[in-house]
Write a protein that binds this ligand. Sequence first.
Ligand code: SF4
Length: 323
Amino acid sequence: MTGPVLQVRNLRVEYATPSGPAQAVEDVSFDLAQGEFLAIVGESGCGKSTLLFAVAQLLTYPGSLAGGSVLFDGVDFTSLSPEELRQHRWRDISVVMQSAMNALNPTLTIAAQLADACRAHTDWNDERIEQRSAEVLSMVAIDPVHLKSYPFQLSGGMRQRAMIAMALLLEPKLVIMDEPTSALDVVAQRSLMHQVETLRRQLGFAVIFVTHDMSVVSHYSDRLAVMYAGEVVELGPTREVFDHPEHPYSRGLMEAFPSLLGERRQLTGIAGNPPSLVNPPVGCLFADRCAHANDECRTVRPELITYGEHQVRCHLVARSKQP
Ligand code: SF4
């Protein structure tokens, strides 16, 4: 039995704003096993992409780490220098950004961009670089003939797959993906997810996948974390969270998207807006939008409670689980 590849502990991220620091990520902890697929979902601005950037140590001003640790194979990334981090990027952790068109350099061929990454992180010769570049493109079902293509000559789905090929160049143990399917149509989304899943099973890397669209990850992720206002409010095996969401916010999210297989039902949104992250309320951050909120909810911040493989941050759920 091997230990977790990643241990995130009490991670906090703040954004500097004219009105004071905004808590973008608050006290987030989780482990990730080797080869595991963890999906992180929540509405825009809930902190999910910021959390990914903090894990990969890619935060830039106005964002900054306000506390906590990110242990990768036992090494605390938060204590490493930029040069030490460079040794781990691509080899141990790689990141696939949201929009391939913005992440890829439009003036360079795919071959040149793959070669740049190889030269920055390895001492491979040109022949080895060319061979590996063709190999990773084939892995994501792109004909190596496209090594000579510029990004604008590829479809949206192919560009995103080229980004994944680049992320896999040095066989990392963890691939972090920030909404890689958001700019794709439904057919390209499904094909990309299928590709990621096949590669994960073949190569054994772990995945952290951020999305606002739960239907994208429902069939692929092992565990699902639901974030709200910078906090993880629910975390558990994907099927369990989908079939029996416990937190009122998770239940609201599930009711806001259609099921392809279940009965037809009226979709409902979650009324109201998230709280200010500069002056957050003292109690539950979801209280203003929650139909079950009571005095305790408005005055005491709920802790994340664990039962079995499931974690939930809610007074109501905590009481229902008491023996
Ligand atoms: Fe709703 Fe209270 Fe639970 Fe917050 S703690 S989600 S307000 S019931």
